[in-house]
Design a protein around this ligand. Structure first.
Ligand SMILES: [Zn+2]
Length: 196
């Protein structure tokens, strides 16, 4: 009886309070690419985000400057990330592209970006993640204390975990962790390495 009374009292006290407060969320995996910018302006995109109670938006794009236009429209809640794919299709080859470290170096120095990524390691496509180019990009992230966002595309986290192990001083955000990976595997990934 006492328990029932307490439950009724708590719901009477807190339900009006909870329903009066919008549940704000952080969206850590957004893209605003050229083909989205063609149909949705930065102002419209930000209005849609805020209308859906998104209080923090981490966004990366191809071309690379598009997330900055979103921040200009939406304010400080939009955090542009810089990815090494200057052209569509670069995601397969950039870890062997000698021009990438120079392009990437400009991002933190511009003061317009808050992280690097996202990067898309997709097993089976022959990408190499042990190249000097990839190491230089991670070194850049470490030097500027920027997180690196990595897309999780396989049904096991081994590939992602190996990258985290090779770069213990970098900090990684796992994107799409709730997509293909089951919750228990995602939880194991996050607890296995301190830099995830
Ligand atoms: Zn993505």
């Amino acid at each position: 009886m006492t328990t029932l009374f307490l439950a009724a009292l708590l719901s009477a006290l807190f339900v009006p309070f909870v329903s009066a407060q919008p549940l704000l969320c952080a969206e850590a995996h957004l893209h605003y690419n050229w083909n989205q910018a063609e149909v949705t302006s930065p102002d419209e995109a930000c209005s849609n985000l805020y209308a859906n109670d998104v209080a923090l938006a981490v966004v990366s794009s191809t071309p690379l400057e598009l997330p900055v236009s979103l921040r200009e429209a939406g304010g400080d809640q939009v955090l542009p990330f810089f990815r090494p794919y200057a052209r569509p299709g670069d995601w397969l080859t950039w870890t062997r592209d000698e021009s990438v470290p120079d392009i990437m170096r400009e991002a933190p120095e511009s003061g317009r970006y808050f992280g690097i990524g996202e990067l898309n390691p997709i097993p089976g496509f022959g990408q190499r993640w042990d190249t000097p180019i990839f190491r230089k990009v991670n070194d850049l992230a470490k030097r500027h204390r920027m997180p690196v966002r990595i897309h999780t595309e396989s049904s096991a986290p081994d590939f992602f975990m190996d990258i985290c192990r090779r770069h213990p001083e970098a900090r990684f955000l796992s994107a799409d962790g709730g997509g293909i990976l089951q919750p228990d595997v995602g939880a194991r990934t996050m607890s296995a390495r301190r830099n995830v």
